[in-house]
Design a protein around this ligand. Structure first.
Ligand code: ATR
Length: 269
């Protein structure tokens, strides 16, 4: 009987139990995946509890993604580079921290557009934790030039240090300067249900460009609608959420699960 879960505070909104339970049913795994609410001051003790109870591992969401790193015995290089852990595997009572967001981002891209390769300039909107994972994935995939455009320029400048020869920074006011851009990615929270809209003029963007929004509620954001209206190919954000969960499920069951239509429908319902 495999025990796993997601830790956060709050955590009841998390889609992870639905995703992992779907795969446990589909692959006939005997197990339990639950949402575990842990207040920040209780984190070390609560993690000891999970170890004692024989958990195979757990996913990590806000606000624990950075704090959990101090409790890990080992941290994978991608998680170190991204600066956050979203998956912890427990082996012999020891915690191994991983980050599967970069994998989720790129796998979703490949699933949506199998022929796409990152050879043209990329523009990334945003410089938060999600942007860091996206940029790590893009660099790994060989993107030659990445422009990071963020409201707080100093946060973009911190991301630039990931690869100073391939990354440039741009003021938020210049976000419509998109001529020559082959891939535009929104990693900000703008356009998400309950958040302000993402205001951007796509007039300079080529209709050959791809537009990827990691926001998935709504699934078709205003940015994606605008891009579609121009004839651009689009990538929605729901697949990133689903694909990032795959290596975690693999870690605690040994099975690399598939993202299927039924799961996508369930998560969007
Ligand atoms: P995550 O970890 O999900 O990336 P985050 O670290 O809070 O979340 O980052 C949110 C991103 O959305 C940031 O790039 C943020 O810009 P700042 O770095 O300037 O804060 C961006 N963002 C949020 N609200 C914004 C707004 N109203 N206008 C422009 N950018 C905004």
């Amino acid at each position: 009987m495999i025990q796993a879960g997601v830790i956060g505070h709050p955590v009841s909104h998390s889609k992870s139990p639905l995703i992992h339970q779907h795969w446990m049913d589909r692959y006939a795994i005997s197990g339990n995946y639950t949402a575990i609410d842990i207040a920040p001051d209780r984190l070390p003790g609560a993690i000891q509890d999970l170890i004692r109870k024989g958990y195979a591992g757990f996913n990590v969401t806000v606000p624990h993604k950075v704090a959990i790193m101090k409790l890990c015995h080992e941290i994978e290089s991608s998680a170190k580079i991204i600066g956050a852990v979203n998956t912890v595997v427990i082996q012999d009572g020891k915690l191994q921290g991983r980050n599967t967001d970069a994998f989720g981002f790129i796998e979703n891209m490949k699933a949506a557009l199998p022929d796409f390769s990152c050879t043209q300039p990329v523009t990334v909107l945003g410089a938060g934790g999600a942007a860091r994972a996206v940029i790590h994935a893009l660099l790994h995939d060989g993107a030659p030039r990445i422009a990071v455009c963020n409201r707080s320029l100093e946060k973009a400048e911190v991301l630039q240090t990931m690869a100073p020869d391939r990354i440039t920074v741009r003021n938020w006011e210049d976000r419509a300067a998109l001529s020559g851009c082959g891939l535009l990615i929104n990693t900000t929270s703008l356009g998400m249900k309950g958040q302000p809209p993402l205001e951007i003029d796509l007039a300079e963007l080529s209709d050959q460009a791809v537009v990827y929004d990691i926001v998935y509620a709504p699934l078709l954001t205003d940015l994606l609608k605008q891009a579609q209206a121009k004839g651009c190919r689009i990538v929605t954000g729901i697949g990133m959420l689903l694909h990032q969960a795959r290596p975690a499920f693999h870690a605690w069951t040994g099975i690399m699960p598939e993202v299927d239509e039924a799961l996508t429908r369930k998560v969007l319902a």
